[in-house]
Design a binder for this molecule. Structure first.
Ligand SMILES: NC(=O)c1ccc[n+]([C@@H]2O[C@H](COP(=O)([O-])OP(=O)(O)OC[C@H]3O[C@@H](n4cnc5c(N)ncnc54)[C@H](OP(=O)(O)O)[C@@H]3O)[C@@H](O)[C@H]2O)c1
Length: 356
């Protein structure tokens, strides 16, 4: 069964059931066990066309299969090196099954070498065998599904910013500060001396964001004038054009770098005005920084660094993140529509399964 989203109207959804697929030689069938759902997955849908997120898991004309991160098991295999029962973590559709064509199979898992995925960033095509994954821990499967891609992005942003000497700034301003990606970045930056980490958030999330205790200061969106005056970098997870313009206006030439990371407020995006003060915002694409660090440190070196940083982070999230488990099409659709419309409690997150 597939959860399908109309590409021209993200509020129009349906479920489609198909006959069990016939595997070709060299293919394997994964059954999707469970996956996490956060605003990040909504961003995959919002940018489905523009950034090819719809291309990972093709569907019938006009419809998209939203990518999610989760666990799956090999249910059938016509590939000599991929055994039935292998459990993997990776990029999956919000479906009950996925046919893959494993290439480069090794102890750590395999790459889906399906032709339609060959031009897409490799980091999304890897399926990690849980026994060989340095991050895997049976007790934190929920956190891996929900937070791993967000934390890894934040790790790479933090690495990029500190490697750049914070562009000479002493303040980091993070929008959508209550989101998991932003708070993970604040968690990492909080360990760096000499940086004031400021969170910008919705008025209703100010208290929650302060209570996370990873921001030196939390400012509501309408109080941009209250941001500190020192030279700053802006990391934008909100995607709200008016907010971006206000932050640029506040800092002007004292804005050392402006990074576009997300769009939790995707209904408030807008064109870049020519008159924007300060530097032009630059898109931060995590797979690009991952590729750079893979070249510098090797694949294993990067994985080990990430795994080491991950443990302390997960422990911290246990203190505030409540995981809500849902099963079946109705619960999946409700959770998706709630997220799409911004009905999000930042202290909660969904782990879902399409099958009951
Ligand atoms: N570039 C990359 O490689 C990359 C990788 C990972 C994540 N990201 C992006 O980072 C962003 C955050 O993702 P996430 O999964 O961490 O998000 P999340 O934890 O699910 O956060 C959702 C946030 O959305 C905001 N929001 C927007 N509209 C709202 C509304 N009407 N009511 C309540 N809250 C609303 C809230 O933050 P505030 O109130 O604080 O605004 C809320 O905390 C996403 O856009 C994601 O795509 C990008």
């Amino acid at each position: 069964m597939d959860f399908l989203i109309a590409k021209d109207d993200l509020h129009r959804t349906r479920f489609a059931e198909a006959a069990p697929p016939e595997l070709q030689d060299g293919q394997a069938l994964l059954t999707v066990d469970a996956f996490g759902l956060t605003a990040n997955n909504i961003t995959y849908a919002v940018f489905g066309q523009a950034m090819s997120y719809w291309s990972f898991f093709p569907a019938e004309e006009g419809w998209g299969r939203m990518p999610v991160w989760g666990f799956a098991e090999v249910a059938e295999s016509r590939h000599d090196a991929v055994a039935v029962g292998m459990r993997v973590y990776g990029y999956l559709p919000a479906s009950s099954e996925l046919v893959v064509s494993p290439g480069r199979v090794d102890a750590s898992g395999f790459i889906d070498a399906s032709v339609h995925r060959s031009e897409l960033p490799p980091v999304y095509n890897a399926y990690l065998r849980v026994e060989a994954d340095p991050v895997y821990d049976a007790d934190t499967e929920d956190q891996q599904m929900l937070l791993r891609p967000l934390f890894f992005t934040s790790y790479l942003i933090e690495d990029f910013l500190t490697d750049s000497g914070l562009f000479g700034a002493s303040t980091a301003v993070l929008s959508s500060a209550s989101s998991k990606t932003a708070s993970a970045l604040a968690f990492l930056l909080a360990g760096r001396p000499g940086i004031e980490v400021v969170g910008l958030t919705s008025p209703r999330s100010v208290e929650f964001t302060r209570a996370l205790e990873v921001y030196d200061r939390v400012v509501a969106y309408e109080d941009v004038d209250a941001l500190p005056d020192q030279r700053a970098v802006y990391v934008d997870m909100a995607g709200d054009a008016a907010l971006r313009d206000a932050v640029h206006e506040h800092y002007g030439e004292r804005l050392a770098h402006s990074a576009v990371v997300g769009a939790t407020h995707h209904d408030r995006m807008g064109e870049l005005p020519d008159s924007l003060k300060g530097p032009r915002p630059l898109f931060f694409f995590a797979p690009d920084q991952a590729r750079k660090r893979t070249e510098d440190w090797g694949r294993k070196g990067l994985e080990q660094r990430l795994a080491d940083a991950w443990r302390g982070y997960v422990q911290w999230t246990r203190g505030w993140l409540e995981v809500i488990h849902g099963e079946g099409p109705e619960e999946l659709e409700r959770a998706y529509l709630d997220l799409l419309d911004g009905r999000i409690d930042p202290a909660k997150a969904h782990v879902l399964s399409i099958a009951r």
